[in-house]
Design a protein around this ligand. Structure first.
Ligand code: MG
Length: 272
């Protein structure tokens, strides 16, 4: 009799736990659906920037090999050291990109001049881009050699001097900013060049404008896989939770002026 009553109590406990789990799952699902399709550039709930910064554990450091930046025959050249003809200012798209060129070599951010963006628009693509952070190390954290590549002008693959420079793991070089930390830290010193090779799949939207399939991204940094078909969870936001805007099509690729003299060279793209 006693054993039976213990059994009944246990059964009740298990039922209660299952009910609570189902309730939690339902609330989470409803909450998730609420995040989708909220207006762009606004977090679904008020938050502080630190609330989306993840610091631990530190991303493991890997020493990468040297790789060449030659474009394949079917690539569109976005920058080959000659001019910024494929780029315009983001602030005023009627104006040329105001970054400096060291002819035959690289372009450099002119701090304060603003972001630049491609003239052409892209969706699914393979992008190759080489970048270097300022040789002289002055600041730390997010202030050291910050820039970024924005796919479809919205989703940022972070550029940062992450060589001996701790910051939150989902904000270091190779992160999808405040979304996914890179798998490893394969960044070279500021005296060297880094190479991004990216396969980007644009998000798909339903006819009513809501998100159908989120964007996906695979990234190699200096030949080392650092993002493996990662799901991009929405617009890059500094503050708050990422979420998808309503439907959008192909859009420009932009490069960020975050106030430091980052350099870029050998940029080419293949539409997929
Ligand atoms: Mg950035």
């Amino acid at each position: 009799m006693l054993t039976k009553s213990i059994h009944l109590t246990m059964k009740f406990k298990i039922l209660k736990q299952s009910f609570l789990l189902i309730l939690l799952f339902s609330v989470a699902t409803v909450a998730q659906h609420k995040f989708v399709n909220t207006p762009p550039e606004v977090s679904p709930m008020p938050m502080k920037p630190e609330m989306t910064e993840i610091w631990e554990p530190e991303v493991k450091i890997v020493t990468a090999a040297k790789i060449s930046g030659n474009a394949p025959s079917d690539a569109m050249i976005l920058f080959d050291g000659k001019n910024l003809d494929q780029w315009v200012s983001k602030k005023d798209t009627n104006k040329p990109a105001a970054w400096k060129i060291v002819p035959g070599d690289y372009m450099e951010v002119v701090p304060g001049s603003g972001d630049i963006q491609t003239k052409m628009v892209f969706g699914d693509c393979q992008l190759h881009l080489e970048w270097s952070t300022p040789d002289e190390v002055v600041d730390g954290g997010q202030a050291r050699g910050n820039s970024g590549v924005f796919f479809q002008n919205r989703y940022e693959l972070q550029i940062l001097d992450s060589y001996n420079n701790r910051t939150y793991r989902n904000g270091q070089a190779g992160s999808i900013y405040k979304d996914h930390a890179p798998l490893v830290n394969a960044v070279k010193s500021p005296l060297e060049w880094n190479v991004y090779d990216v396969i980007y799949t644009a998000p798909r939207f339903k006819a009513d404008g809501r998100i159908d399939a989120p964007a996906r991204i695979t990234v190699f940094l200096n030949g080392v896989l650092i993002q493996n078909n990662a799901t991009i969870n929405g617009l890059t936001l500094y503050t708050g939770l990422h979420n998808y805007p309503s439907s959008h099509g192909d859009d420009v690729i932009s490069l960020q002026d975050h106030g430091t003299k980052n350099q870029f060279r050998n940029i080419w793209i293949r539409k997929l």
